[in-house]
Design a protein. Structure first.
Length: 174
């Protein structure tokens, strides 16, 4: 984006928006390559998203087998001005499994606990709960009609933000 101030403002808007949400939609792939959609509470830390998932849940099994996934964080339907243009950010991510009792584990659990309370402390003590760090590889921020922005780079806010100008086209009548 040519205007660095605008890009910086949009990057901050992305961070401010995801800070207002508590859950994300997660699309992972089964071992057969079939898509599987789910959701999970998340926390933000180290320019990534952390999720604590049970081995009993399909999305944890999927992320262990294939770390590539997609994340959608979206405005609530009830508060959206326009249902067809809800504010949202979508990321392509690489999921890292974080081993228990490591510094990375303690960091991830601490940011989750700060955001979601003592339930995280209880869940993190259960052996079937695993911590994943979802590292963005690219993204898209949509603020409404004709307000879509590509987020390039390995950051939640986008290292490079660019307005997507190749948008909707009217059908030609035959």
């Amino acid at each position: 984006m040519k205007n660095e101030k605008l890009a910086a403002r949009l990057s901050q808007e992305v961070l401010d928006f995801i800070e207002t949400r508590k859950t994300l939609q997660l699309a992972s792939l089964t071992e057969e390559g079939a898509p599987f959609a789910s959701y999970a509470p998340f926390a933000i830390g180290e320019n990534c998203l952390y999720v604590l998932l049970s081995d009993l849940a399909m999305h944890a099994v999927n992320l262990k087998a294939n770390p590539k996934a997609s994340v959608l964080i979206v405005e609530d339907e009830d508060s959206a001005d326009e249902l067809f243009a809800r504010v949202r950010v979508n990321y392509s991510v690489e999921a890292d499994f974080i081993a228990h009792s490591t510094a990375a584990w303690r960091l991830g659990v601490s940011v989750l606990e700060a955001r979601h309370g003592e339930r995280i402390g209880h869940l993190s003590k259960m052996s079937d709960f695993k911590l994943f760090k979802l590292n963005p590889t690219s993204g898209r921020f949509v603020k409404g009609f004709a307000k879509a922005y590509s987020l390039a780079g390995n950051s939640l806010a986008g290292e490079e933000v660019s307005h997507m100008t190749d948008g909707h086209k009217k059908r030609s009548v035959a």
